[in-house]
Design a protein around this ligand. Sequence first.
Ligand code: ADP
Ligand code: MG
Length: 323
Amino acid sequence: MSRPGEFELINRYFLEVFRQQADETTGVRLGIGDDCGILAVPAGENLLVSVDTLNGGVHFPECSPPELLGRRALAVSVSDLAAMGASPLGFTLALCAPDLREDWLQDFSAGLAKAAKEFAIPLIGGDTTRGPLSLSVQVMGSAPEGRALLRSGAKPGDVIMVSGSLGDARAALDHLLDHIALPDQGHFLSRYWLPQPRLALGQALRGVATAAIDVSDGLAADLGHILKASGIGASIDISALPVSKELRDAYAPEVVSGYALAGGDDYELVFTVPPAKVGQVVALSAQLGLALTAIGHIEANPGLRCFDKDGAQVTPPAGYQHF
Ligand code: ADP
Ligand code: MG
C-alpha cells in the first residue's frame, strides 16, 4: 500500500475530523476545503482576531505528546479571545512539520478536535508545510461594538483581580525541562498541558472590568502591559496572590511567590475593576465556580510596586522575554 499523500492526510485529519463541528456551528458559512473559510459576524458585533505561534524546542519540548500539543495550541490562542471578552467564531491552523507522520497527525488532530469542541470554536481552514515543527493558530471571535475588554482602560483606584491560581504551569516546567520529580506531578502537568481559557469570565466582565489581559508571560509582565497601555501604575500584595495547595506543598514560600509573580503559561485573566463593581465580581465568582481574587490596586504613579505580607517593598522579577 502506498503512503497517503499530503492532500489525503489533510482530508483525513482536518477536513473529515472537523467538518461536522463546522456544519453545526451557526456562524460558519463555509468550513475547510475551499480557498477561504467563511464566517458570519453577528449584527452589531466586531470581529476580533489573534494569532499565536508555538515553535518546537522554544514554546514546547520537541517530544511533546501530539494530542496534548493540539489541545494546548488551541487553548493558548482562545485565551486571547477570553482576555478581550470575545465569543469564539472559528480558527485556522498553519502547521509546519518536518514530515507528515500519520500516527502523529492522528493524535494531534484528536487533541485539537477535543479542544475545539470544548471551547465551541470550529476549525475552518489552514495551511500545511514542511519545515521545523511549528504551530500557528489564528482565532477569530466577536464582541458587541465598543464592548471588547482592552488593556488600556485601567484607572487609579481600580481593584486588580486575578482568576484561578498562578504558578502551577511554571512548576510543570521544572519537571518537563529539568526532570525534577514533583509531588502532585499530574496536577502541575495538567495545568501546563490543559490550560482553561476563561471565556465565560471574559464575556461576563464586559461592562464590568476596565481592562483585562491573560497571563501568558507571568503576572508581573502581563500586568505591566495593562499599566503601560493605561498610563498608570499599581501596587500589589504578594501574599494575596492565589496559589494552589499543590504548589504551596511542593516548594519553599519564596519560590511559590516567585512562580506566582513571574511564572508564565497559566492563562488566567488579570483584570481591573472600579471599587463599586467588586461586588458584581464576587457574585460572578460564585456563579462561575471560579476563584476571583483581589491582589492590589491601580495608582496614578507609573510602575509596578510589590509588597510582602509585612508591607515591605520587594523587587518584582522579570517575566519571559522572547528576544
Ligand atoms: P490553498 O492552496 O488554496 O491555500 P491548500 O491546498 O493549502 O489550499 O489547502 C486545501 C484546503 O485544506 C484548504 O481549505 C485549507 O484551508 C485546508 N487546510 C490545509 N491545511 C490545513 C490545516 N493544517 N488545518 C486545517 N485546514 C487545512
Ligand atoms: Mg487557494
